[in-house]
Design a protein around this ligand. Structure first.
Ligand code: 7TS
Length: 419
């Protein structure tokens, strides 16, 4: 059995990993084995996550933090245990710093409202990078419009890396917040966020890290990064949809206003005013998504049992293999050549529309994404309204990559004959 150099644990065994994901043994399009390469959009779920959801609904479905009956106690315990498990997965000091949300998008909106409207003023600047997903752009556009503040962008270079010199030049005492993705969902670039956070803090700015594409794929430790906020989604990391996390430093959460008002988030209520519940409940108004929080903890347990270092290492090796294989296809151009990159691989093919590529490879059972990937301004900068993207995860194999390359060769053959 192969062992990793550092841990002595067995290296990731793709065949075993694959067998744990029921959907991966499916056939699609008249009997083609599924090759799932749309992981940046959402990941598949291992049986143990599906079973955790099933167990909650079958055996201890109840609302949390209210009733004193047996089921309510069990549900509350499991829900709060989930918070602790997820908190330690990202190195949070205290589960009070871990807020359940619907996902990355809601987590970022929470910060834009509850922190932004209180702390960002008319002369302030919010710094974003040009590779941000619309989820980490629109909430700040809305905040800028509401407060009169200004958005400043860190340019993306031709090779897909950020222009770090421009970043340092544009940071100033006016910068209130830097909101930055750790890994690009289009270019695959892994940004040097730890260094960038240090620079931002020196300038007196807070930093929000969009971890939607990083937390599922590599070890992320909020203490090591010293980020002020970290947002991520359960469904991209083997967990259920509709659940995600906002991590924030306790000192920030304490001074922030609530985002949503309602039950659960209050301490005392009178006709005209109220006081807020302690953290983290101040930010979790209404009945939370109990089942999916428990499901996400199961996913985190699964990823931890495999080891995030090993998952990252295996994915980096497969990414290198995929990049090399795709580069053998004449007329195919990959966008994103950063020295440090993950497995989101976007490309264009001369004379063939990305939607046609996606449609044709789907006939061979290969699922990829085509479109603007929620990064319209950056796509425009690179001169393409759309691209095709293959994105890898822990259950993908070299065979999946070979099937993609064969399918792309067939697309090319078809269009060459047609023109
Ligand atoms: N940030 C990044 C970097 C993302 O890639 C995504 C989703 C989000 C935020 C939003 O996450 P959500 O779970 O709140 O929707 N990215 C993609 C994608 O690349 N294709 O579909 C969704």
């Amino acid at each position: 059995m192969a062992h990793t150099r550092h841990t002595g644990k067995p290296a990731l065994d793709p065949a075993r990993v694959r067998s744990e994901f029921p959907v991966l043994s499916r056939f699609v399009r008249d009997g083609k084995p599924l090759v799932y390469l749309d992981n940046a959009a959402t990941s598949q779920k291992p049986a143990l996550v599906i079973e955790a959801l099933d167990e909650y609904y079958r055996h201890y479905n109840a609302n949390v933090h209210r009733a004193i009956h047996h089921l309510a106690e069990e549900a509350t315990t499991r829900y709060e245990e989930a918070r602790t498990v997820i908190g330690s997965f990202i190195g949070a000091e205290n589960p009070r710093e871990v807020i359940f949300t619907r996902g990355t998008t809601e987590s970022i909106n929470l910060v834009a409202h509850a922190w932004g409207r209180k702390y960002v003023g008319a002369d302030d600047e919010i710094m974003l990078s040009e590779m941000e997903h619309h989820s980490n752009m629109i909430p700040w556009q809305l905040l800028a419009k509401a407060t009169g503040s200004r958005l400043v962008y860190i340019p993306v270079l031709e090779n897909g890396e950020l222009d770090l010199d421009a970043y340092r030049e544009r940071l100033s005492s006016r910068t209130r917040l830097v909101a930055l993705t750790q890994m690009s969902n289009v270019l695959g670039t892994i940004n040097p966020v730890a260094d960038m956070i240090r620079d931002a803090h020196r300038a007196g700015a807070r930093v929000l890290v969009d971890g939607a594409q990083s937390v599922p794929h590599m070890p992320v430790d909020v203490k090591a990064l010293d980020c002020d906020f970290l947002a991520f989604s359960g469904h991209k990391m083997c967990g259920p949809t509709g659940i995600g996390i906002l991590y924030a430093k306790e000192e920030l959460l304490e001074t922030m206003d609530p985002f949503h008002g309602g039950g659960e988030m209050i301490s005392k209520v009178s006709w005209h005013e109220a006081t807020w519940a302690d953290l983290p409940h101040k930010f979790e108004a209404g009945t939370p998504n109990i089942a999916d929080a428990i499901g996400l903890a199961a996913a985190v347990g699964y990823l931890s049992s495999l080891g995030m270092d090993d998952i990252h290492r295996a994915e980096q090796a497969l990414t290198a293999y995929a990049l090399e294989a795709l580069r053998t296809i004449e007329g195919l151009r990959i966008y994103g050549d950063a020295a440090n990159r993950g497995g989101a691989i976007s490309f264009v093919m001369e004379g063939i529309h990305p939607h046609d590529i996606s449609h044709f490879v789907d006939q061979d059972g290969v699922a990829v994404r085509a479109g603007h990937m929620c990064c319209q301004p950056m796509m425009k900068k690179f001169g393409h309204p759309a691209m095709t993207r293959a994105s890898l995860y822990l259950y993908n194999t070299r065979d999946d990559v070979d099937r993609l390359v064969e399918a792309l060769e067939r697309v090319k053959g078809f269009f060459n004959r047609a023109t």
